[in-house]
Write a protein that binds this ligand. Structure first.
Ligand code: ADP
Ligand code: MG
Length: 140
């Protein structure tokens, strides 16, 4: 077993619909602890930088516009195998393909407005956590 941390973002489609609590409940029910959390408005530069791996994808500009269209809640989640566990709790990128009971199956609007982001590897989790939080802001 490996105790890990992962970066989570509750996206604007979810903050606008006032379902951040329902989403956090899924993390907690799945054994993940919210060890850092902040509600912010991403700037255009931050959103472009955060999603720069997708720069060449056709949906990149829309994604940046979406992610800056309202508040987001950035979080560090901690728990056993937190990176994969969070991906399991989130469900597939496309809510039509997401398993029943996952966040995206229950709450996502479409493949873009899919309610949550979660890091996809140990390397990216470390980079993405450092993007938003200093070590002193994370309290296990
Ligand atoms: P995930 O968030 O599941 O890791 P990706 O890293 O592939 O998925 O994509 C990042 C985000 O870009 C997705 O969560 C979604 O908001 C958006 N996205 C991905 N694929 C598409 C698509 N085909 N059309 C529109 N938006 C997309
Ligand atoms: Mg991804």
């Amino acid at each position: 077993m490996t105790l890990q941390r992962t970066l989570s973002i509750i996206k604007p489609d979810a903050t606008k619909r006032n379902i951040t609590g329902k989403i956090i409940q899924k993390f907690e029910d799945g054994g993940l602890f919210v060890v850092a959390q902040r509600r912010i408005l991403l700037t255009q530069d931050q959103a472009e930088d955060f999603y720069s791996v997708h720069k060449e994808r056709p949906f990149y500009n829309d994604l940046v516009n979406f992610m800056t269209s309202g508040p987001v809640v950035v979080q560090v989640l901690e728990g056993e195998n937190a990176i994969q566990r969070n991906r399991d709790i989130m469900g597939a990128t496309n809510p039509k393909e997401a398993e029943k009971g996952t966040i995206r199956a229950d709450y996502a609007l479409n493949i873009e407005a899919n309610s949550v982001h979660g890091s996809d590897s140990e390397e990216n989790a470390a980079i993405e956590i450092a993007f938003f939080f200093d070590e002193g802001e994370i309290n296990s």
